[in-house]
Design a protein around this ligand. Structure first.
Ligand code: FES
Length: 152
């Protein structure tokens, strides 16, 4: 049953009349037009749908809207702009870390969260932070290089 839910997404506060049990990912993509987070598995396993919730990487396909009421949600669109990319976005471009690009939303959001906790992560810390983000193209080495480049 739809109810008024107050959302804070990318610094903007808005109230939506949506069933609070609906996954956050669905609301971001379908109601707010934020297509950075991708639908992959829908089961919390692939990482394609990652967002930051109060600065912590989380899987938006597995979090009901009620779970983020009053919390700060950041999507890929909230990191940088086309004119002024976030340093992590620029690092991924510089290292040519993308092939198909479908996993990149999750990789980027997880990297941003990692660098907030560990500005100079070890390779092991980077691998741990990204280990549950699936990339079928196999650009893992370039992605790990991008993490280190972003930390420089
Ligand atoms: Fe959310 Fe795969 S779509 S983890």
């Amino acid at each position: 049953m739809p109810q008024a839910v107050e959302l804070r997404v990318n610094g903007r506060v808005q109230t939506l009349a949506v069933d609070g049990r609906v996954p956050l990912l669905q609301v971001l993509r379908n109601d707010l037009g934020l297509n950075g987070p991708k639908y992959g598995c829908g089961l919390g396993e692939c990482g394609a749908c990652a967002v930051l919730i109060d600065g912590v990487a989380a899987r938006s396909c597995s979090i009901p809207l009620d779970g983020v009421a009053g919390r700060a949600v950041t999507t890929l669109e909230g990191l940088g702009t086309a004119e002024r990319l976030h340093p992590v976005q620029q690092a991924f471009i510089d290292t040519q870390a993308a092939q198909c690009g479908y996993c990149l939303n999750g990789m980027l959001m997880a990297t941003v969260a990692l660098l907030q906790r560990h500005p100079r992560p070890t390779d092991a810390q980077a691998r741990t932070a990204l280990q549950h983000h699936l990339c079928r193209c196999g650009t893992h080495l370039e992605i790990l290089a991008a993490v280190q480049r972003a930390a420089d």
